[in-house]
Design a protein around this ligand. Structure first.
Ligand code: FAD
Ligand code: MLT
Ligand code: ZN
Length: 454
């Protein structure tokens, strides 16, 4: 090896786990949306916590910045190099601990994918509170780093709420370890909570102790056609109140459904096209279909409906919602805005946002969908060059005016740094910078992410 630094790191992890060939590095260098990419000096794949910590120590001593990467499904460009960093991949941190049935917890490596975790714990009769459509690739470390949300937040909260303990390597090679984690532990700052949502800027997560939920065998889903967001919110509020087993409440619109049908070949769900669609799922020990149907009858206000209990039938309904991301990507490189609104302002936001996009960039094409019960809409903007921020700027300013957040669940990454000040105060940002400076004084851990270029 001619790169002296790569040779030193290879001495720790083994030469086969330091990737330097352009072809081999390529999949680590471009993000899922294809909007963000950069050259990595090399990619290192440590096999355990000690190897990762020692690699970090060597890289820090050499003053070389690093980008932590899990499954590379992040949507804000924070997990790929900007130019010259070393990518530290968690792909080999794949340990799966035995499920602790007394505590209802499990300890796993940061590189374990969500699907692998689900398979492992379901075999022991448990389930996990966070679920995302990227489950086959996204990793536990990446989900903690982004504080991932997904489709069950209304019942179980985001990733932060599932983390009972953590192990992470700091930039100087020291290791923070709160494992297995205690149900009650008021001994100072909550490090797992701090690392959740830190987007790889404070430490690299190596293992986590995760809280599990009971596996609920009874499941029922319903897809509804509704007149618009006002009607949708009316239905959601009644279903929430009448169905304690409610786990998911999702929304999408006619133009997004058209895209999904075109790219997937799925048949239309109903004979008539509707402006807006709602997808609900309930989960309970016994079949929750009666509860779901009762709640829908109490709500009324929908034009058409389809319900399903059996797994493949439910998956058929979910495909209309979950296949939005890939269908949008198939149309072009999207600008992905992931915003949260106070629920009382959601209707106003949805009524304005398409016009706001068109006014800022007439050629742009907005497609909306999201997690309606969380006030979280994904505003995907197609038809603009990757560096054309006109629509982003206008939409994020609208969000701020309405009291929302510029990122509900994807994070700031490198994509939203310019707009962080819109929904975080100067003193909030100063406090976050102080934490960053204390844990990473030389700014070597994912530089540019959250705060932009220093
Ligand atoms: P990566 O993309 O590899 O990295 C994401 C960030 O985490 C980067 O900043 C990276 O530096 C950092 N990071 C990664 N691993 C570590 C680690 N071990 N230690 C410290 N930092 C680390 N997100 C949602 O919230 N909700 C959804 O419903 C959702 N659905 C999605 C559906 C699809 C089809 C796709 C493609 C993406 C979706 N996402 C969703 C976004 C994405 O899957 C999540 O952000 C996920 O948590 C990223 O995990 P990852 O392992 O792929 O992380
Ligand atoms: C989703 O809810 O499907 C995700 O957050 C992915 C996306 O926004 O495309
Ligand atoms: Zn989402």
């Amino acid at each position: 090896m001619t790169d002296h630094l790569a040779a030193r790191v290879a001495g720790v992890v083994g030469p086969e786990h330091v990737l330097r060939d352009a072809d081999v590095k390529a999949s680590y260098e471009t993000d899922w949306t294809r909007r963000y990419s950069g050259d990595a000096r090399f990619v290192v794949r440590p096999g355990d916590t000690a190897e990762l910590a020692e690699s970090l120590r060597i890289l820090t001593e050499a003053g070389v910045p690093v980008v932590p990467q899990g499954g590379n499904t992040g949507l804000v460009g924070g997990g790929v190099p900007r130019g010259g960093e070393v990518v530290v991949s968690s792909s080999r941190l794949s340990s799966l601990g035995e499920v602790d049935a007394v505590a209802g917890e499990v300890t796993v490596g940061a590189g374990v994918t969500l699907a692998r975790l689900q398979e492992h714990i379901r075999a022991a009769g448990w389930n996990f509170g966070v679920d995302l459509a990227s489950r086959d690739s996204c990793t536990i470390g990446g989900m903690i780093a982004t504080n991932a949300g997904g489709i069950r937040v209304l019942r179980y909260g985001p990733m932060r709420a599932q983390v009972g303990g953590i192990e992470a390597a700091r930039v100087d090679g020291s290791v923070i370890r709160r494992l297995p984690g205690l149900a009650k532990d008021n001994t100072g700052y909550d490090i797992p909570g701090l690392l959740a949502g830190s987007e790889g800027t404070l430490a690299i997560v190596t293992r986590a102790r995760l809280r599990l939920i009971p596996q609920l065998a009874g499941r029922a889903a319903a897809l509804l056609a509704v007149d618009g967001v006002a009607a949708a919110l009316g239905v959601v509020s009644v279903v929430r109140a009448h169905a304690p087993s409610l786990e998911a409440a999702e929304v999408f619109f006619a133009d997004g459904l058209d895209l999904v049908l075109r790219h997937t070949g799925l048949p239309a769900p109903f004979p008539d096209r509707a402006p807006c669609y709602l997808l609900f799922e309930c989960a309970a020990r016994d079949d929750p279909m009666g509860e779901l149907v009762g709640a829908l009858e109490a709500a009324g206000g929908f034009e058409a409906s389809a319900v399903a209990s059996e797994r493949s039938q439910r998956a058929r309904l979910w495909a209309y919602r979950e296949r939005h991301t890939e269908s949008i990507n198939a149309e072009g490189v999207p600008h992905k805005l992931d915003v949260a609104l106070p629920l009382p302002r959601l209707e106003e936001f949805e009524a304005c946002v398409r016009g706001t996009v068109k006014k800022a960039a007439p050629e742009a094409r907005p497609i909306l969908f999201g997690h309606i019960a969380d006030g979280n809409l994904h505003v995907n903007v197609l038809g603009l060059a990757a560096d054309d921020d006109r629509a982003t700027d206008a939409v994020l300013r609208l969000v701020a005016e309405l009291g929302g957040s510029i990122s509900a669940e994807h994070g700031i990454g490198v994509a939203k740094t310019r707009w962080l000040h819109l929904t975080r105060s100067e003193s909030d940002i100063a406090a976050m910078r102080a934490i960053k400076a204390a844990l990473d004084p030389a700014n070597l851990l994912n530089p540019g992410v959250i705060f932009g270029k220093q």
